[in-house]
Design a protein. Sequence first.
Length: 465
Amino acid sequence: MTLRELPRVDSILAHPAVVSAARGAPRELVKAAAREALAEVRARVQAGELADLGLDSVAERAVCLLGRMLRRSLRRCINATGVVLHTGLGRAPLASAAVEALSEVAGGYSNLQADVGSGERMAREVHVEGLLHQLTGAESAVVVNNNAAATVLVLNSLAAGREVIISRGEMVEIGGAFRLPDIVALSGCRLVEVGCTNRTHLRDYRRALSPDTALILAVHQSNYRISGFTAQTPLPDLVALARETGVACAHDLGSGALVDLSQFGLPREPTVQDSVAAGCDVVFFSGDKLLGGPQCGIIVGRRAMVEPMRTNPYYRTFRVDKLTLSALEATLRLFFDPETLCEQHRTIQLLARSADDIRARAEALAAGVRRDLPTATIGVVPVESEVGGGSLSGHTIASWALSVSTPTMEAGALAARLREGDPAIFCRVHAGCALLDLRTVLPEEDDVVATAVGRAAAAPPEESA
Ligand SMILES: *Cc1c(COP(=O)(O)O)cnc(C)c1O
């Protein structure tokens, strides 16, 4: 085939398959798909790949590209990885109460920053401040985009131009560009590191205090563990030292648990109320980790320290919108009823699921898939789920997975096919099998998973590029 023989865009657009697929689609997108299909074919011809690339093939490719263009890019997926707070998959799945609250305010106007009583302007955090006060005991609250932003806002508001003392055992990198020493510098503060990686004592902090010290910052070791010969200074001791010397004490709690997770069989994570009760002036944490809400960073603490943060220009760059606040408010409200929390709060529900229940679901799923797919090997195997999102690192939760392998397809290719489906399914690949951990598959998704696994494992490989 030569370049001269390539079909023209007009003839692609007139091809019956394209005409049919283009019904109701914006004209410009259809043209773009035709041009892109043609460009791909041209590149393959130029590269000397002489497949059958007549009009029918190019039209088929254009239809495929158009389908992709018409599909929303950010869409619902199924998480079969077993990582409950999977950052790549959007961290915490919201409780239905939060989804309802969010969709109620999304399409219209709301009292985001207007007081219904007086009609006057008010702080947008009013919607969650009272709830956070009751749940954590803290006087005041500010909400920003994520906990990284909260860290910058706290450091800059409390210690710009001055010194911040942090233990060498807490000098964390969260991932991406969030490395604590860089964040301290960005916030306009001078970092004073104390202690050693494995041990930091109260006397280390005391020795580092200077007239320039503004803040002692404790950072929760959420996404890593230091084990062996270790010593961390207890929070109440840090608070007492800060009081005695007139500096502020802040706690970056990271994962932000509001309830004792040991009631659900998980290790006890320090809670926000623990840090507030210990006397920290300011405590900050993520909204989409163990709190199970929307992505945000929540700063709570003493009114005199937290309230002025709203006048910091950083606050204006980091503040959250009505969608976040409505979902956060609804999520926080769930914590007032411990009886229903586990059933209403999606993230806690997933964390608390019993391995036996998951196993029963996996067996039922496996039986269905085996019936449809006699050639595939379908097993039910014990696996370890993870909390994820830099929370409770090193801790795993017993779970069960559907393991799938076929004689015709590598496990990686099978996993790729599952991601191509609609909805896309993300799973793990281990020892030549695709592993679908059902802990993170939502109750209403089991049927979809069964169908998708059947289809992906049955489909001939290499059928789509
Ligand atoms: C996760 C985490 C952060 C960053 O929080 P984001 O909400 O992801 O920005 C900061 N500090 C600690 C200790 C964390 O665990």
